[in-house]
Design a protein around this ligand. Structure first.
Ligand code: NAI
Ligand code: MG
Length: 482
């Protein structure tokens, strides 16, 4: 079934890569300078839509991690902790403005390195990253009033920030902006498949004349991250990524005098009641599961629909995914871009195969993909039992499991019946029913009749195995102050 006749299709509308200069090789940004890694190692980062190598990036080992942590400590002692808060704010405002001024470049780079549609990197990732710096710059000289206030507050010292590949620039901003505003210095470790916007952010920090060592960026994989966690010279670790690695970090840091916040995986529930505006609910579901190819920690990947409207919602969703445009992430018309890496594509395939084998019915958008690149079509499963792996495990791809329920309490019970608790969505025409439900869901964020609304002033974080600590807003500031 095709909703659009071919002659009324869209012409390609490719975003230009012309403003962007990608270097062949990148070093490490330590102590305000670009330096070579001690052992001289490097690795390639590819464009997941084409598999072409974009750049060679330095591999930081334990020696480089040590250099970065020492540089951050010097930056803290010598400059950052001594600056008047209002002066600190000026630097953070400068970074915020530079992110806006260079937004086109950043959006194109994010899309090339990670595969997300340009529409999303341009309209969501980069503006949100900039908004986080603007918001936190405003707090830098008002921190005494941020908590119970007015009271004396102190920075923690040196923060290790470990970031995943799904929102590389944005999650870096989530950690850097509050850390800097509160007077801390940072060692940032981006993910191995998406290091390039963090390196451009380092360049922006240098152009903003941030004092040396206040922000350091070291590239590498899980070994680099583990070396940072084990270093011993940090006062805080802020980690976003898989639950498995989050648990390993918690074990490693247990009993050590450092603060920890973890933002981990999820398998968030969407609840659609029979009195919901169903077309609006379907748009919310599409936003919840297909945004960023489903590579979203708070993705709504379990849909619970009231039995009386179940068939109706499934048919509307089937029709809607046929109109989603899969394709070149640089095309402004693309809704679903490339899967971030071969490993992630293989993980999605493996879980989808398990769903079919366990007995669920797979419904997919039909589209032809190029030979090269990593792709997966928008998909959902019906006939899902709550015990199936696709109903319990995080897939982190454009795959939704649809189930039905009979009463509000059953929907709530089933939504809460997993070890995760990051977000939830509720659709209902009744405010009372939406509020009744939201109050009973163990999720850090509950969106009603909408999904994926973000603002720097609104805290984000999880329950249970989705982690602890909050990012954004007043609660987020608390994570970087003592
Ligand atoms: P990951 O948790 O391995 O990677 C996240 C970051 O942690 C990267 O910067 C990585 O280099 C670093 N890292 C890896 N091992 C580490 C260690 N032992 N110590 C310190 N840092 C370490 O996630 P991965 O393997 O890329 O993705 C696997 C699955 O994790 C995904 O399929 C998805 O289900 C989930 N995930 C969840 C994310 C979220 O936002 N909650 C983000 C990324 C992945
Ligand atoms: Mg890449």
């Amino acid at each position: 079934m095709s909703a659009v006749l071919p002659e009324f299709g869209y012409s390609p509308s490719l975003e230009s890569t012309a403003p962007l200069q990608i270097l062949e090789r990148y070093g490490l940004f330590i102590g305000g300078e670009w330096i070579q890694p001690a052992a001289g190692g490097s690795f390639a980062t590819v464009n997941p839509a084409t598999e072409e190598v974009l750049a060679k990036v330095a591999f930081a080992d334990a020696t480089d991690v040590d250099r970065a942590v020492r540089a951050a400590r010097r930056g803290y002692e010598k400059y950052w902790r001594k600056l008047r808060p209002a002066e600190r704010a000026k630097y953070i405002f400068r970074i915020a403005r530079a992110l806006t001024e260079r937004s086109r470049e950043l959006a194109v780079l994010e899309t090339l390195d990670g595969g997300k549609p340009i529409r999303e990197s341009r309209d969501f990732d980069v503006p949100q990253a900039s908004a986080h710096f603007f918001y936190h710059a405003g707090w830098a000289d008002k921190l005494a009033w941020a908590l119970a206030g007015p009271e004396r507050v102190h920075p923690l010292g040196v923060v290790g920030a470990i970031v995943p590949w799904n929102f590389p620039l944005l999650i870096a901003a989530w950690k850097l902006a509050p850390a800097l505003a509160c007077g801390n210095t940072v060692v940032l470790k981006p993910a191995e498949t998406t290091p390039l916007t963090a390196l451009l952010l380092a360049e922006i920090c240098a152009e903003a004349e941030l004092p040396p060592g206040v922000v350091n960026v070291i590239t590498g994989d899980g070994r680099t991250g583990a070396a940072l966690v084990e270093h011993g010279g940090l006062d805080k670790i802020s980690f976003t990524g898989s639950t498995e690695v989050g648990k390993a970090i918690r074990r490693e840091t247990a009993g050590k005098p450092l603060r920890l916040s973890l933002e981990l995986g999820g398998k968030s529930a969407l609840i659609v009641y029979e009195d919901a505006a169903l077309d609006q609910a379907v748009e919310g579901i599409v936003e919840a599961i297909y945004f960023n190819q489903g590579h979203v920690c708070c993705a709504g990947s379990r849909l619970l629909v009231a039995e009386s409207v179940y068939e109706d919602v499934v048919e509307r969703l089937r029709a809607r995914i046929a109109t989603l445009r899969h394709g070149n992430p640089l095309d402004k018309n693309t809704d679903i871009g490339a899967i971030n890496s071969r490993a992630q594509r293989d993980k999605i395939r493996e879980l989808v195969t398990s769903g079919v084998e366990e007995g669920a019915t797979l419904i997919q958008a039909s589209c032809a993909f190029p030979e090269r690149g990593f792709w997966f079509p928008a998909s959902f499963f019906t006939n899902v039992q709550p015990s199936y792996r696709i109903a319990r495990e995080e897939i982190f791809g454009p795959v939704l499991s649809v189930m039905s329920f009979r009463t509000p309490d059953e929907a709530i019970e089933r939504a809460n019946n997993l070890p995760y608790g990051l977000s939830a969505g509720v659709w209902s025409g009744s405010g009372a029913l939406a509020m009744y439900t939201a109050a009973r869901l163990a999720a850090g964020v509950v969106w009603c009749n909408t999904f994926n609304r973000f603002d720097p002033s609104s805290p984000f974080g999880g329950y249970k195995e989705s982690g602890f600590g909050r990012e954004g807003g007043l609660l987020g500031l608390r994570e970087y102050l003592s």
